[in-house]
Design a protein around this ligand. Sequence first.
Ligand SMILES: Cc1ncc(COP(=O)(O)O)c(C=O)c1O
Length: 380
Amino acid sequence: MKTIYLDNAATSFPKPDTVSKAMVRYVQEVGAPLNRSVYGSAQEAELVTLSLREQLKRFFHFPERATHVILTPGNTYGLNFVLKGYLRPGDHVIVSSMEHNAVMRPLLQLPEVTFDRVPADRDGFIDPAAIPALIRSNTKLIVMAHGSNVSGAVQDAEAIGAIAARRGIPFILDGAQTAGHFPLDFQRFQLSALSVPGHKGLLGPSGIGALLLTDKFAKALSPLIAGGTGSASDSEYLPDALPDRFESGTMNLPGIYGWEAAMTFLSDQGIDKLRAHELALTKRFLNGIRNIPHLRLCGPDHTDNRVGVISLDFLNRDNAAVSFELEQRFGILVRCGLHCAPSAHRSLGTFPKGTVRFSLGYVNTAADVDAAVAAIRSLV
Ligand SMILES: Cc1ncc(COP(=O)(O)O)c(C=O)c1O
C-alpha cells in the first residue's frame, strides 16, 4: 500500500533531493569545522553557512545584517534562548491562548515571571484589539505563534506588531507553522526576534533552526550557552560580536549544508507558488469534508489567514483509533492527540480529547487530498 504523508506540521517529508545530497557531501567530502581553521574546505563551510544566513535574511525580509541570523539547535531552543535570556523576575509577558509548549513550558520555568493569554476564538484566531487592555507597566514581551499547529489559524502579526511598537514592547514571533508556508515579513511585522525551525516548511533537516534578532534586542539578550566560538580566543569571556555571542560550540554542519540546499530550493520555487499550491489543496480538503456528518472541523472553514493544518474531531469515534485505522487501512499518516498545545485545545473546545491532524506539504497532490477525504468519509 502506498503511504500518504500528511504530518507536515510535525516535520516536512520528503525533503528535496538536494538536501540529503548536500548533507552527504559535507560528511564525505568537506568535514571541516566552522570559524576555527582557515584551510580551503573550512573556508567552503564558512561560505555555505554565510549563504544560509543570507538566504534566511532575504526570505524573511530581515533588515539587519546576516550576522544577526543566529543558527540554533532548533526552534524550541531559539524560543528558550529568548525567554530565558531576556526575562527577569517581576516581568510580565503577553502570549496567545494558542501557544505551543515550546513557549509555555520555558515561560512557566521562569521564577516570578507572570503572563496573560489573549483568548482565541473557536477557530484559533485572537483579536489584536484585545492586547492593549492586557498590557501592564511591567509587560516586557509579546510572544506568539504566528500559525497554530492545531487549527491552522494565522494571527494578524502586522496588527500585533503595530500595537507592540506603539507601546515599545518587543514582539517575538514563533514561526514554526508559517515559515515556508505563509509570507512572513520581519520588517512589516515590526519584530524584535523571529524563531524558526529548519525542518518543517523550510524543508531542511531536524536539529537546526534560526533566531533572527534586531541589534537592539540582541544587546538586551543574555546568551544562555557559553563556550568556544573560534573567535576572541585570547579571552575567557564570550565575545560581543554576533553571531558568535549566541553560537558557542561546534555547529551542526551537516544540518547547515542540508538547510542551505533547502533554502535554495524554496527561493527557486518562491513562497507565492508554494502558498498557492497549499491553498488549493487546503480548499479542496475543506470542500471535501464540509458535509460529512459526525465530524467537527476544529479551525477555520476558509483559506484566509490559514495554513494547511486541518484538525478534525470524529464525534462518534475515538480519535486515536481513527488515526490508527487511517494508517492501517488507508496508508495515511497523520498525528492524533493534543499536539504539545493543551491551551490551544482548550480554546478550540477539544481538550482533553484532542484531534486528528492532517497537515499538507509541498509534495502533496489533489489525489492525496481526495484519498484522505474518502478515508474520512468511510471512517465516520
Ligand atoms: C507552533 C509551534 N511552536 C513551536 C514548535 C517547536 O518546534 P520544534 O519542535 O521544531 O523545536 C512547534 C513544533 O511543532 C510548533 O508547531
